[in-house]
Design a protein around this ligand. Structure first.
Ligand SMILES: [Zn+2]
Length: 841
């Protein structure tokens, strides 16, 4: 038997050097037998694991078939992606446990609650959540999930029995179905009969935007805290439903690397993560090391990757009493590619992922009670921390914008954080918090550490290198007023169900309707009104009419001489108000305190036709964020113009063109640039972001003065070079700017200050005329996050926004991203102001 197995192994291994693909045996442990009644992947999807890149539909089909065939597996669909693909989850445990699953789940959750001390851990299963390929073009994880699910369903013997008796495995075979599908299409369509491993082959060079991201080109491994994307919402719901003890996240990295597993760089662990978390991670790592040693694979740990940003899958669990683990496999980015470590085949990458998936559940099985005890202790410690905390709660809100506050409340809900309505309107530090526009979060709750992770401002750090952003303070991202309170007296009813907001027009008018520009969804409302062919105007100055006050940017819709009659108009505006959650008021007179409604200080607005430059040479993340904003939030019919055919497009129908950050690859050529200039001169509004500042300047579309950094290394050794350069990168931090609220770019902002997210080192000197600097960083701008001292000096008093005339048009630059990762609600209005009011600037 032994010799036979050995021979089999040899055969499956040898085949890897030829053109044949690995058999399933290449992946599976060969010292055990497998249930012949369980269908193998090839029986169902028609190809061997690793022979082709599995498409998501085939993956789902196999998992459904497996769940039907095995009493160890149940399957559920938790929703759909933007492209309508199912978000499936397999629950894998012994048939006995399956019969008792809800009880097991409840007992497990009890471990994190009051009274957990009385629970007996001896017979309690450990919960392990294993997820794959959140980056769609890192497919070895999802392809390994085929073999791994088969293994869990079919393996025989005491070891697997013990594993299944003592664990509940939540298997999420594809964290990113749309991205996986996109990449599978690419790799498969470029595969020849003869395997070509030449790095220059098209197979290894995906077209823009690649398969890494989801439908709107978001990096979903940054959305575990903000949960703005449907895939994250399904995943986070499963997380909180089960509170897993271990969560694994299987990725890929550069082709010439080997294999990485956590722990990462020790100095770059978030201070809110308990040290025991890292000790347990290190102990779990010994299982991965042993398993990879056994199959001869190289690996490393404690380098390069960190455990800092809680928005990532391998770090998010660490603030929730769980242990998150990152795996990174060198990518074949296709079927086989030459690398510094020899021929890197797709099956080899899959086998490493399979191997560490198995070593994860082995570690879980052997360390079970220790890890369960860690989780119990984590929540006990939270409780005693809470008792000592002088801050009893946090109030947040915006007295003029209910929707923004609602969206942050929605995140709290999705993260299972307890919060209340206000008992009454209150004022704290001069800021008014209105009932219905504000909420109260008690600090004495189970998820208190998660609340800290979301609300804390942090400006001192142990290390100066960050794999990702160094700050994500939510109330700053939402530009909400917030304050820490020493009592819970502001707490009203606990919010058990967050009801959707509603708004209406207060009554019918035969004269005019008005609404303030402050609410988050006003651009959606205005867009609907203008698209209907109605005339609307914007107020350049504040005024009061019939006892109601209106601020800069208020919108006026007169009743007379419109395409709808007064009754139709009332009905239409009511539907707009309801849909966009923007309250509107009717007035019966044009006579106001301040500018009268017929004043030339009301400027006529035009229907907008917005285009977004995408494709080669454009950063897909930034482009996707803008596409998502206009399409999903504001319901615009946004046209995506590709750089590939830009030169052949008639631009005259577009009122605004947005160019996100310039990325890699060829960009607009001379002809395209001239075309763009001509369109601006004829009245277009050109809006550029981040490093487009440089491009606008070089192409003489804007006159900008940059503050230049002349970074010179002194007493820095060659070995310290990358740390030195890393410390001067601005990976992502939050800065405070002063607003001139009378400038149209700032319409709808009620405060004189605004937090902005910046992840560049582009600094523009202010214009000599102060009215041309409506947004300017303050003298003490750092609100949260890391920035080097010399860069901080550069930010001070610089300007993140400039607008300049060119013929009849305008060129606008934002050096900072106003739409970062779909959760920077606070700065979205800036770009909408540029679109609607650019001509007034
Ligand atoms: Zn990745």
């Amino acid at each position: 038997m032994r010799n036979f197995l050995f021979a089999l192994l040899l055969v499956s291994f040898c085949s890897m050097h030829g053109q044949e693909t690995a058999s399933l045996d290449y992946y599976l442990p060969q010292d055990i037998s497998y249930d012949p009644n369980i269908p193998k992947p090839k029986d169902i999807i028609g190809h061997e694991v690793g022979e082709w890149h599995v498409t998501h539909d085939k993956l789902v089909f196999y998992m459904q078939t497996l769940a039907d065939a095995s009493d160890r597996i149940s399957i559920e669909n938790r929703g759909t992606t933007y492209e309508g693909r199912p978000l499936i989850l397999l629950t894998i445990t012994s048939p006995d446990n399956h019969r008792n699953l809800e009880q097991i789940r409840q007992d497990h959750i009890s471990l994190t609650e009051d009274g957990a001390d009385t629970l007996n851990l001896e017979n309690m299963p450990i919960v392990v959540y294993q997820g794959f390929s959140i980056h769609g073009n890192e497919p070895s994880g999802s392809n390994a999930a085929l073999a791994y699910a088969y293994y869990l369903a079919a393996a025989n013997g005491p070891k697997i029995e013990e594993t299944l008796n003592n664990s509940v495995i939540l298997l999420d075979p594809s964290f990113n179905p749309d991205g996986l599908q996109r990449f599978a299409y690419w790799a498969n369509t470029n595969k020849g009969k003869n395997m070509v491993s030449d790095v220059n082959d098209r197979e290894f060079h995906e077209v823009w935007p690649g398969g890494r991201t989801n439908h709107y080109w978001f990096d979903m491994n940054r959305d575990w805290l903000p949960v703005q994307l449907p895939e994250s919402r399904a995943r986070i719901a499963s997380f909180h439903k089960w509170m897993p003890n271990i969560l694994t996240d299987h990725h890929e990295m550069g082709t010439n690397s080997t294999y990485f597993f956590q722990p990462g760089v020790p100095s770059r662990v978030h201070p809110l993560t308990p040290p025991v978390n890292q000790e347990l991670t290190a102990e779990i790592a010994t299982y991965h090391a042993k398993a990879l040693d056994k199959i001869g694979s190289l690996y490393y740990k404690e380098e390069r990757f960190d455990d800092y940003f809680y928005g990532k899958g391998s770090t998010y669990p660490d603030i929730n009493g769980s242990i998150g683990i990152l795996f990174e496999q060198a990518s074949s980015r296709g079927h086989a590619q030459d690398s510094e470590n020899g021929l890197l085949t797709f099956p080899f990458t899959i086998r490493n992922q399979f191997t560490t998936a198995v070593s994860t559940v082995e570690a879980a099985r052997n360390m079970r009670t220790k890890i369960l005890e860690y989780q119990r202790q984590f929540y006990k410690d939270v409780k005693s921390e809470n008792r000592k905390d002088k801050v009893r709660g946090i109030v947040f809100g915006d007295s003029k914008d209910a929707a923004k506050a609602w969206h942050l409340a929605e995140i709290l809900k999705l993260q299972h954080i307890k919060f209340h309505e206000l008992s009454d309107d209150i004022t704290v530090n001069g800021k008014a918090y209105k009932k219905g526009h504000s909420y109260f979060i008690p600090t004495d709750q189970k998820n208190a550490r998660l609340v800290k992770a979301m609300f804390d401002k942090r400006t001192t750090f142990k290390d100066s290198i960050f794999y990702d952003v160094s700050a994500w303070t939510f109330p700053l991202a939402f530009n909400l007023d917030y304050a820490e309170l020493k009592s819970t007296s502001a707490a009203g009813d606990l919010v058990t169900e967050l009801r959707p907001l509603s708004a209406e027009v207060d009554q019918q008018s035969s004269y005019a309707y008005l609404f303030n520009w402050n609410e988050y969804y006003t651009p959606k409302a205005l867009n609907q009104i203008l698209n209907k062919g109605l005339r609307a105007k914007v107020a350049k100055l504040p005024f009061t009419v019939e006892g109601k006050s209106f601020d800069y940017g208020a919108i006026l819709v007169p009743v007379q001489n419109q395409s709808l009659n007064p009754a139709e108009m009332f009905q239409f505006l009511n539907s707009v108000a309801k849909d966009s959650k923007v309250p509107m008021v009717a007035v019966g007179t044009g006579s106001t305190q301040g500018i009268d409604l017929g004043s030339s200080n009301f400027v006529s607005l035009k229907k907008q036709r917005v285009a977004l430059l995408v494709g080669n040479g454009v950063t897909s993340y930034d482009a996707g964020e803008f596409w998502h904003l206009l399409d999903q939030r504001y319901d615009f019919n946004l046209t995506k113009l590709d750089t590939k055919y830009f030169n052949n497009v008639d631009l005259s129908k577009y009122t605004s063109i947005v160019i996100p950050n310039r990325g890699r690859g060829s960009f607009l050529d001379e002809k395209g640039t001239e075309k763009l200039k001509e369109w601006v001169n004829n009245g277009g509004i050109l809006i550029g972001y981040r490093n487009m500042a440089d491009w606008f300047s070089k192409n003489e579309m804007m006159a900008l003065n940059f503050k230049k950094d002349t970074l010179v290394a002194k007493n820095v050794s060659y070995a310290e070079k990358s740390d030195f350069l890393g410390a001067h990168a601005t990976g992502g931090a939050i800065f405070k700017a002063k607003l001139d609220r009378s400038h149209p770019i700032n319409f709808g902002y009620k405060n004189d200050h605004l937090p902005l997210f910046r992840n560049t080192n582009i600094y523009i000197e202010p214009d000599k005329n102060s009215y041309n600097n409506p947004i300017q960083y303050t003298q003490d701008p750092l609100l949260s996050g890391y920035i080097s001292d010399r860069n901080l000096e550069m930010v001070k008093n610089s300007v993140p926004f400039q607008v300049q005339r060119s013929g009849k048009g305008r060129v606008i630059i934002f050096t900072d991203n106003t739409n970062f990762r779909a959760f920077w609600f606070g700065t979205n209005k800036l770009v909408m102001n540029a679109i609607f009011f650019g001509k007034m600037m």
